[in-house]
Design a protein around this ligand. Structure first.
Ligand code: GLA
Length: 383
């Protein structure tokens, strides 16, 4: 990937990058839509990532290029306009640049930037958070600045909330920033505390990308966000993390049906994340797996963010040997399902699931094996 990045950089700008940074994609392990409700979540940085190369310019001009769109887009010194169409991806690095400045960090005035990635986009693996983290590190390094990791992930989230306009929680940026090989990242999203929990040896992940995406996905995410906040208000708590099942039951008749269902999912899911942490610490793979299936059922029934394709995959995986658990991963409404598997889950098992999917939906899912990896970092020896 480093060579790919340097060669993309050279062909766009006819020089080498001064700084290189990389940040991983992530899976959401368990904790579906718990983050912006102040709850805990478990995720894993994966061995697919986004690489950003950068070199400074003195004239304030900023140029951006990706492998997919190899002709650089140029932004004049003062421009902070939101980009659209094929240039929309620029909003991630640009949003981070603006958010870093707002946070008082120094950033390079002008620069040339190139991005290469092997995180599939639109699969719910957070290629966007990975671009944010990698560009954030590159901007800071080029300006000779250091920022603690907690602040950096919060700045990247702010870029996504305010500049890109998605009301996401801290999961994606937190996992890409705090990933650790062999571990899951455990985030307390209210206290903004980031820790890790070991993934017992012998397990890894399989990701099944359905290539489907609900047409109204952004609006649906925002709608779920609003319904959760409405439920918290009616129950009388600032965020659903403070609500108990008894408080929810007492408020049921005062809640709209959607708000009740969303809160039911979030409150139960928060409990499942803590149970999963305990089961992981006890290296109890089967118990962890049951929680993953339960999480998926709850998304399907209460949060209503699954899809026929995702349900099909999770059901098909449930009957395969070597699968401990499976669920949708990320925001939902399409995207990918992930499975926690032992080595018993073989290439033939993948084929069987893929064939069955083809028989029902007329196309195959993209299947990818993923291992845990370290979080965002600068890549030394860039120039
Ligand atoms: C998306 C968001 C995250 C989180 C998940 C659902 O990935 O970016 O912040 O809310 O959905 O858990």
């Amino acid at each position: 990937m480093r060579d790919r990045l340097v060669s993309a950089f050279r062909s766009a700008y006819a020089r080498d990058p001064e700084v290189i940074a990389r940040a991983p994609g992530r899976i959401e392990f368990i904790g579906n839509h718990t983050d912006y409700n102040g709850g805990p979540v478990l995720g894993a940085a994966i061995d697919r990532g986004v690489w950003v190369g950068l070199a400074r310019r003195d004239d304030g001009v900023r140029r951006f290029v990706t492998e997919a769109h190899p002709r650089p887009t140029m932004l004049a010194a003062a421009s902070a306009e939101r980009m659209t169409g094929a240039d929309a991806w620029i909003n991630y690095p640009l949003g981070v640049l603006i958010a870093l400045r707002e946070a008082g960090a120094g950033t390079p005035a002008g620069f040339e930037l190139a991005v290469v990635s092997d995180v599939p986009t639109g699969a719910g693996l957070s290629s966007s958070a990975a671009i944010e983290l990698a560009s954030g590190l590159a901007f800071l390094e080029a300006a000779g600045q250091v920022l603690d990791r907690e602040t950096l992930v919060s700045v990247c989230r702010r870029a996504e909330n305010q500049f890109v306009g998605v009301p996401c929680g801290i999961l994606d940026q937190g996992v890409s920033g705090f990933g650790r090989r062999g571990h899951l990242v455990h985030i307390d999203c209210r206290a903004l505390r980031f820790g890790t929990v070991e993934l017992p040896a012998g397990f890894d992940f399989w990701i099944f990308n359905t290539h489907t995406k609900h047409a109204l996905i952004d609006g649906l995410y925002a709608e779920r966000h609003r319904e959760c906040m409405e439920a918290a208000r009616v129950i009388g708590v600032p965020l659903l993390v403070e609500a108990t099942p008894a408080m929810l039951a007492a408020a049921e008749t005062r809640l709209s049906r959607p708000a009740y269902k969303r809160a039911r999912h979030v409150i139960d899911e928060i409990a499942r994340v803590e149970q999963a942490v305990a089961a992981l610490r006890a290296a109890d793979g089967p118990a962890v797996g049951k929680l993953l299936f339960a999480s998926h059922r709850s998304s399907r029934t209460w949060f209503e963010n699954s899809s026929r394709e995702l349900d099909f995959l999770v059901d098909a995986l449930e009957s395969e040997r070597g699968i401990l658990g499976a669920r949708l991963t990320g925001g939902g409404f399409g995207g990918a399902a992930m499975a926690l598997a032992s080595a018993e889950f073989s290439a033939e098992s993948v084929q069987r699931v893929s064939d069955a999917y083809l028989g029902t939906f007329g196309s195959r899912p993209d299947v990818m094996r993923a291992r845990t990896d370290d979080g965002a970092s600068l890549v030394k020896g860039s120039s």
